[in-house]
Design a protein around this ligand. Structure first.
Ligand code: PNS
Length: 165
């Protein structure tokens, strides 16, 4: 008996995509048949990168991975999950401070779509302190980002600095 491929969504703003995101994605690929990195337009956030820039960078950073796709989306995540017939949402948990927000989001998504599971993966130790917020701050002051983000993001952010200098 063959079953349908199991798709998970890895949703986020990815402003920008970090080594922590990549670690969670690489581990999610081992658990599911396919993983879609679902990049939220997130118009309520004043993002450093445009939606097109964020999607392009995720594509570049994940080019080595099979069974991964990248899509921009606007709206409710559960609607995207229904549209794609996804089995699960994957989120990374770094610290206890993430838990409150993640718990509320998982609870809301469960109310809206009870068949969709949220799966939390604990971050690897070396990525526990990386966040897109920290990356944006280091970028703002011209610091070295190579320990925090994959090479395509280092390059794109360096170009952005040059363009705005
Ligand atoms: O990387 P982020 O900013 O923590 O990701 C947050 C994101 C995009 C996953 C979340 O804001 C989201 O799901 N937005 C879509 C709107 C939605 O479905 N809201 C209901 C759940 S709170």
């Amino acid at each position: 008996m063959s079953s349908a491929p199991r798709l998970a969504l890895l949703p986020g703003t990815f402003d920008p995509f970090t080594n922590g995101h990549l670690d969670i994605l690489e581990r999610a690929v081992r658990l599911f048949d396919q993983v879609e990195v679902t990049v939220a337009v997130n118009s309520s956030k004043n993002t450093l990168l445009t939606i097109d820039e964020r999607c392009t960078l995720v594509q570049e950073c994940t080019a080595h991975l099979d069974r991964v796709s990248v899509a921009a989306f606007e709206g409710l995540l559960v609607d995207r999950a229904r549209e794609r017939n996804a089995t699960a949402l994957v989120r990374g948990l770094r610290q206890v401070s993430d838990f409150d927000y993640e718990f509320r989001m998982a609870f809301a998504n469960h109310k809206l779509h009870p068949d969709l599971e949220t799966v939390f993966l604990m971050t690897s130790e070396e990525h526990a302190m990386i966040s897109a917020t920290v990356v944006r701050d280091v970028h703002r002051w011209g610091g070295d980002l190579s320990a925090f983000v994959p090479p395509p993001v280092v390059e794109a952010l360096a170009e952005k600095r040059t363009a705005t200098d």
